[in-house]
Design a protein around this ligand. Structure first.
Ligand code: F6P
Ligand code: MG
Length: 496
């Protein structure tokens, strides 16, 4: 399928793609180097005093490999900044190498094989696959996720919104008997749930290069008022269509093509839990992860598994400050720290509410009501004919031909929820559609294959499904509405 518009690429210096190559990728690469350096440092300190035994030798080997990784990534950063050609990916025994290299050869022929000329979507997917090939070829780092520490740290900082949502779900549980027969109330709760799940996407770590912790807490606020205030930022809102569609289902399976780990995955679980536990429409939910570290914060099988145990661990989230502790801080230097003053006012019961809810999820995972599309034990880099597709450079237009197994499995789904910005870019091919292009045109041949819901906060230039006047007004307003993560789209497409 050939879209009638060219892809976004960094030759346009006004676009987010240019800013990404110039600023964001170098920061992300530096973060990986820091992460390796830190692991190496800990290893060298803990093994410096010991006699040469097997463990020390393997630590030394790992340190040497770590240094080599740092060198490779520094070189990559250097070449990226100088618009050098993309290198071919070494056959590392993992998936997609030929697909990436064949496409690279094709782009090179067209004079688009360098960092500042390659289409953004291709180059960004390629970057994460290339990085994976550096790690996968080592002996000691081949299961290492350089973003894992960052994912965990940020997750810990989301406790305020997490406890709040747990208590909301607890209150729902009290009302459960009544809810089943009150369609109107269910609809109202559905709206809150879908919006929570949508804004959960605002916290993606690849954008952390430009957001403060306060910005993030603000985006995570989940109360009614916060949601009402954000409603005007949903540029096109198909919530009603989705609800009507869901009401036509009975005991259906739905699918989440996941985006980010941490808070966003938590909101996906809450949404899934709501649909399964409180509505008659859905009885099974399948979650689709990424098989390699991807776009910094995307969910891998190890992340998926760790999420449940972190949420069930009594020590994972830091104790919140009580009111007395907060007031005793007043006047001290710490009081200037916004993260402390706005510390979570955790209800005494909310930890219990969280435990109740996540125990229910664990039960669902046990019984197959919730399922990951691959085993949660799958290590990074494992090949899986179904899951590999999500880390290919392909748009979703031709899923039917490119990934018949995935396509076949989604065809039976009652609703496929595509989370986040990258999934949206792939649904629309990341080409320069006019913003008023109907969503159903932008998905090309995927149109009508299965019911699609895209929940996306805007973090890339491509926009479709927005009224012409609205988009023009925003474009002329000077705000970076296409990329600053403050605006969003809720787009639905039915099955044909
Ligand atoms: O860096 C490019 C990008 O795809 C942006 O569009 C977005 O900021 C980020 O990476 C990924 O966002 P998400 O996690 O929502 O897919
Ligand atoms: Mg992501």
């Amino acid at each position: 399928y050939q879209a009638p518009y060219p892809p976004y690429d960094p030759t346009d210096k006004e676009g987010f793609s240019y800013e990404t190559v110039v600023k964001r990728w170098p920061i992300i690469l530096t973060g990986i180097i820091d992460n390796i350096y830190r692991v190496n440092h800990v290893l060298s300190v803990s093994h410096s005093e010991e006699a040469a035994n097997e463990e020390t030798l393997s630590a030394q080997e790992k340190i040497e490999e770590g240094k080599n990784l740092i060198e490779q990534i520094s070189k990559l950063k250097y070449e990226m900044g100088r618009d050098r050609p993309l290198e071919t990916i070494t056959h590392d025994g993992e998936s997609m190498v030929d697909i990436y290299n064949t496409e690279l050869a094709r782009l090179t022929e067209q004079g688009k094989g360098t960092w500042f000329t390659a289409p953004w979507l291709y180059a960004e997917c390629y970057l994460y696959r290339l990085l994976r090939s550096y790690f996968s070829q080592t002996k000691h780092w081949n299961k290492h996720d350089p973003f894992q520490a960052q994912k965990q740290e940020t997750f810990k900082k989301s406790s305020q919104a997490i406890f709040q949502l747990a208590t909301t779900m607890h209150e729902l549980e009290q009302d459960k008997a009544k809810l089943g027969s009150d369609a109107q109330k269910l609809n109202i709760i559905f709206r809150e749930m879908i919006q929570m799940c949508l804004w959960g996407n605002a916290t993606d770590l690849s954008l952390l290069t430009q957001m403060t912790h306060e910005d993030i807490q603000h985006l995570q606020s989940v109360g009614k008022d916060a949601q009402a205030a954000r409603k005007e930022y949903i540029l096109t809102d198909d919530q009603d269509k989705v609800w009507s569609h869901l009401m036509g289902l009975k005991d259906a399976r739905i699918d989440f093509v996941l985006d980010n780990a941490g808070f966003e995955l938590f909101t996906d679980f809450v949404f899934a839990d709501f649909l399964v536990t409180y509505t008659p429409y859905v009885s099974k939910v399948v979650f689709h992860p990424k098989m390699i570290p991807w776009f910094v914060s995307d969910v891998t099988p190890p992340d998926f598994k760790a999420t449940i145990s972190s949420l069930l661990s009594p020590t994972f989230f830091p104790e919140s400050k009580s009111d007395e502790q907060i007031s005793s801080l007043a006047g001290s230097a710490l009081a200037q720290d916004p993260t402390i003053v706005s510390a979570p006012k955790e209800l005494p019961q909310s930890r219990q509410h969280l435990k109740e809810m996540v125990t229910r999820w664990a039960g669902y995972l046990e019984s197959g009501v919730f399922a990951l599309s691959v085993s949660p034990e799958t290590p990074l880099g494992a090949s899986n004919s179904n899951a590999n597709f999500w880390t290919s450079p392909y748009p979703y237009w031709n899923m039917n031909d490119l990934a018949p197994e995935v396509f076949g499995s989604l065809k039976d789904s009652g609703l496929v929820i595509f989370k986040g910005d990258l999934n949206f870019r792939k649904l629309t091919g990341d080409v320069k559609w006019p913003a008023s292009t109907p969503f159903e045109s932008a998905v090309g041949p995927l149109r009508g294959a299965f019911p699609v819901l895209s929940l996306r906060t805007n973090k890339a230039d491509v926009v479709v499904g927005v009224e012409k006047e609205k988009a023009e007004r925003l474009d002329s307003g000077g705000e970076k509405w296409r990329v600053n993560g403050k605006y969003a789209l809720v787009l639905f497409l039915p099955r044909a």
